[in-house]
Ligand binder design. Structure first.
Ligand code: 13P
Length: 255
């Protein structure tokens, strides 16, 4: 597999952090620090911050994304947001299948698949998250589990649509814990994800698909993680809330 054919993508997942005013301040601080990036830079912000983020990032190299999308076009789905709504406010990316959605809000592989399709069909770029819990890793089922999550998430996604899919491998035990996967562990599972994409869509699509690592990636460990052949970028939680740290990760991915 040839990493040079894929563009690195560093995406911040702000989770439930930052009011619109705080978002504006963080973006103002961040934009000058990442302006020379030689990688794709994305910030996935809370819904209420989307408008201010799009406005602030206009004309810059930073793209804006949401953290989820509903699979129906409209209707009685209280608190949900449609792909059309995201498109209209200027969103280009959306995350689906984050483990916090699976863990705390009952999302399943099937709903993750539907949300992924809704995003893709609306023309959004979708960052699909997969990853095992600590128990699953200890049981030795990481490879099977991640393969299964990936396959179900991509059901009915066409080879053409894969150009708009990023897969983020996020081991649940590494998220927000400060316990990063080793670069070897990240590489091993990102390569498994790519193998699954190859099995489903062939070598050409697999080589072109960006596979990110996420889980306590920070300014100190980004270099090593991103140096691995199948780790094409990062999905960054905590460190994306600190402009200098996020910029250091972006710089690491730009090498
Ligand atoms: P942390 O970087 O805070 O561990 O979060 C990772 C993550 O869940 C990104 O989606």
């Amino acid at each position: 597999m040839n990493k040079a054919t894929r563009k690195a993508v560093i995406a911040g997942n702000w989770k439930m952090n930052k009011t619109p005013a705080q978002a504006a301040a963080l973006i103002d601080e961040m934009l000058p620090l990442v302006k020379d990036a030689d990688c794709e830079v994305v910030i996935c912000v809370p819904y209420v911050d989307l408008c201010v983020a799009v406005e602030k990032c206009k004309g810059s190299n930073v793209k804006v994304g949401a953290q989820n999308v509903h699979f129906k076009a409209s209707g009685a789905y209280t608190a949900e947001i449609s792909a059309e709504m995201l498109k209209e406010v200027g969103c280009e990316y959306v995350i689906t299948g984050h483990s916090e959605r699976r863990q705390y809000f009952g999302e399943t592989d099937e709903t993750v698949n539907l949300r992924t399709l809704a995003g893709l069909n609306a023309g959004l770029k979708v960052i699909v998250c997969v990853g095992e819990t600590l128990t699953q890793r200890e049981q030795g089922i990481t490879a099977e589990l991640v393969a299964l999550q990936t396959k179900i998430a991509l059901k009915d996604v066409t080879a053409e649509q894969m150009a708009n899919v990023i897969i983020a491998y996020e081991p649940v035990w590494a998220i927000g814990t400060g316990k990063t996967a080793t670069a070897e562990q990240a590489q091993e599972v990102c390569a498994i994800v790519r193998d699954v994409v190859c099995e489903l869509y062939g070598k050409e699509v697999a080589e072109a698909t960006t596979v990110q690592y996420g889980g306590s990636m920070n300014a100190g460990n980004a270099d090593e993680l991103l140096g691995k052949p199948d780790v094409d970028g990062g999905l960054i939680g905590g460190a994306s809330l600190k402009a200098p740290d996020f910029a250091t990760i972006v710089a690491a991915a730009s090498k």
